[in-house]
Design a protein around this ligand. Structure first.
Ligand code: ADP
Ligand code: ADP
Length: 230
């Protein structure tokens, strides 16, 4: 479903060039729940930005649902991104002046979906994450865990090919983190493909497969765990 072949990413720094990703090969199948680990500066964000169609690779191929998007320009990438990718961030990135429900509607506004359908789908998504009663609250009156539930609902509404979560529990306490991971496990079991970046082995434990990035290379592709809980 997602396939990176010899993907590299380099940046120009003055007259020199730094290569941040050095030939990444990675496959993500439908229904996968993948953790990406590695030290700070190893290239995890850069890799997520490429998978999330925020940046094109410098070389190599990126196949997303069979479409080779490696040569797409910004506009082409934006189109694919809106259609195919759901994003979840460490700091939630909710708009403070919009209610939970309006925040969840945003990706559907960009996708040109009509108001009635938007509201319907936002309510269903908020119900899925256990927050239907709070849909008219502003982000400031929600706890961290509730904010992240809103962000997860928002990531789901366009029925994306994959949800990319960058340190989704990084701003949450241990107990709230566990609840958010339980929610992601439930969504994954219901068929949602998820890739997350984490520094914490305990968080990676919730997923089915962990890959390790170091100095711009994938060290270990990770075995898929057959059973999540033994
Ligand atoms: P973190 O490791 O906490 O995710 P980083 O410091 O790696 O954060 O990166 C934060 C943002 O700054 C990213 O969007 C990244 O692409 C960008 N960035 C990181 N290093 C540089 C750099 N040397 N020059 C320009 N942008 C950078
Ligand atoms: P991680 O997410 O694992 O912390 P990043 O992907 O953010 O790593 O960064 C990997 C390396 O690439 C770092 O050395 C960072 O400084 C560099 N980097 C990231 N983005 C840019 C950029 N836009 N321009 C230059 N260097 C960058």
């Amino acid at each position: 479903m997602i396939k990176l072949e010899q993907v590299t990413k380099s940046y120009k720094l003055g007259t020199s060039e730094v290569t941040v990703l050095k030939g990444i090969n990675l496959e993500i199948e439908k229904g996968d729940f993948l953790a990406i680990m590695g030290p700070s500066g190893s290239g995890k964000s850069t890799l997520m930005n490429i998978i999330g169609c925020l940046d094109p690779p410098s070389s190599g191929r990126y196949l997303l649902t069979g479409e080779d998007i490696s040569k797409y320009d910004d506009q082409g990438l934006a189109k694919v991104r809106n259609r195919e990718i759901g994003f979840v961030f460490q700091q939630f990135h909710l708009l403070p002046r919009l209610t939970a429900k309006k925040n969840v509607e945003l990706p559907m506004i960009y996708a040109g979906i009509k108001k009635k359908e938007r509201e319907h789908r936002a309510e269903i998504a908020l119900e899925k994450v256990g927050l239907k009663e709070r849909m008219d609250y502003l982000p400031n009156s929600l706890s961290g865990g509730q904010k992240q539930r809103v962000a997860i609902a928002r990531s789901l509404v366009n029925d994306p090919t994959i949800i990319l979560a960058d340190e989704p529990t990084g701003a949450l306490d241990t107990k709230t983190s566990a609840a958010i991971m339980d929610l992601l496990v439930d969504l994954n079991r219901a068929g949602t493909t998820i890739a997350l970046v984490t520094h914490e082995p305990e968080i990676a434990e919730y997923t089915d497969r962990t890959i390790f990035v170091r100095d711009g290379e994938v060290l270990d592709q990770g075995e898929r765990r057959g059973e999540r809980y033994s």
